[in-house]
Design a protein around this ligand. Structure first.
Ligand code: ATP
Length: 151
């Protein structure tokens, strides 16, 4: 009889980094897995690192940009399998709203295929996963309403 899969927990952190342009809000998303998916920048929280610090570091590494955290947006979770279904991962990702400070998306690292600025509504159409679209919608509302933005 097949063994039940081993279950592991993984926690990542990431962000919606934005800037206000004359014609609206721009945000950054990244292309991954050979450009098959567009996602929010994120990554595993290191040992001795808290979720906001990991979010700032991952956004810096994957987008080339430095941001400042304004608030927490929320968290998502999903399941995926490794090694022919013998390991099941339960992933949680914390997301933060970040104001763009400096940097260039050409300086993204090799973990992503591309990092780019897009108008928020275009980014919403491009994002591959519903849970990340929900995070982006919440971020857009927070930016528009100026709610909880302590800057
Ligand atoms: P991290 O960026 O946190 O280091 P990773 O690149 O190792 O993570 P994930 O991006 O979590 O891994 O992807 C692992 C699997 O989960 C892939 O098969 C991917 O398609 C799927 N996945 C990624 N994000 C989501 C999501 N928001 N909802 C559902 N499935 C997702």
């Amino acid at each position: 009889m097949a063994r039940p899969p081993e279950i592991k927990k993984r926690i990542s952190s990431g962000g919606v980094i934005f800037r206000i342009q004359k014609d609206g809000i721009d945000v950054v998303i990244v292309a991954v897995r050979g450009r098959k998916a567009w996602c929010l920048p994120k990554g595993i929280i290191d040992k001795d690192e808290d979720p906001p610090s990991a979010a700032l570091r991952e956004v810096r590494e994957e987008t080339g940009l430095t941001g400042e955290i304004l608030d927490k947006i929320g968290r998502i979770s999903y399941w995926y399998s490794l090694k022919n279904q013998t390991v099941k991962i339960h992933k949680t990702v914390h997301f933060y709203l970040m104001k763009y400070i400096e940097g260039n998306t050409d300086d993204h690292d090799h973990e992503v295929d591309e990092a780019g600025w897009f108008p928020v509504d275009e980014a919403l159409r491009m994002l591959s996963y519903k849970s990340e679209r929900d995070i982006m919608k919440k971020a857009r509302d927070m930016i528009k309403e100026g709610l909880n933005i302590k800057s």
